[in-house]
Structures are given as C-alpha cells and as structure tokens.
Design a protein around this ligand. Sequence first.
Ligand code: FES
Length: 127
Amino acid sequence: MAKVIFTSPLEERTVEAPAGTPLLEAAEMCGAQVGHSCGGACACSTCHVWVRKGDASLSEQEDQEMDRLDTAFDVKPYSRLACQAQLGSEDVEVWITEESLNAFMDENPDVRKRLEAEGKWPLKKGA
Ligand code: FES
C-alpha cells in the first residue's frame, strides 16, 4: 500500500491504495478533483498532474503517455498522466494542474456551481 496526497489550490485529499493502482483511480477513491475527459484511455491530457514526491516509485512512462503529454499545458519534468502512472510501494504527493482542475469542473458542473457560489472558483490568479 502507498499513501497518495492530492493537492490543489482548492483542497487536499489523501488515500491509501495498493501497488499497481493508477493515480486516477486513487483520485477517484478519495474524491480528488482530477479531470479525465477520455475516461483514462490516454487520449486527452486532462488528467495531467505534477508528481512532487515519489515519482521514481511510479510505473515507467510508456511512449503513448509521453506523446500525449506533448499536447498538455505547462508540462514539467515531473508531469504524468494520472490514468497512466501506477503506484509503486512508496508514498506519492501529487499536484493537480490547472488544466486538470478546469476539466474536472467542466465534468462536474454541480461542484463548479457550488464553488462559484462560495467564491472559490474560478481560481484567482496566482492561486
Ligand atoms: S484521462 Fe485522458 S489521458 Fe488520462
């Protein structure tokens, strides 16, 4: 089992999941706001996250993920697609990119409306 912490300007969620679990599945287990427009088929980049800790313990990037990340916004050396990166045995800290948060809000209009009403969405610049 590995602990995964998902962080964004909006919230932090933590979950424990077994090795081999894709980060996207771990996000869904704890309700973390990771977008996934293609449903995890490596056909979009809306599940783009930055892995801030534990990157080396994740599954290796396949060519298809690298090619897809080329179409993502603000790609870093520690960028991964949450639907493709699978947990190893070490704990992982993940930052949900703005690209992924935007997709999540498009996919979950009820959440977006609630956050808009609370003044938390859209994100303020520099958040
Ligand atoms: S959900 Fe589309 S590439 Fe991961």
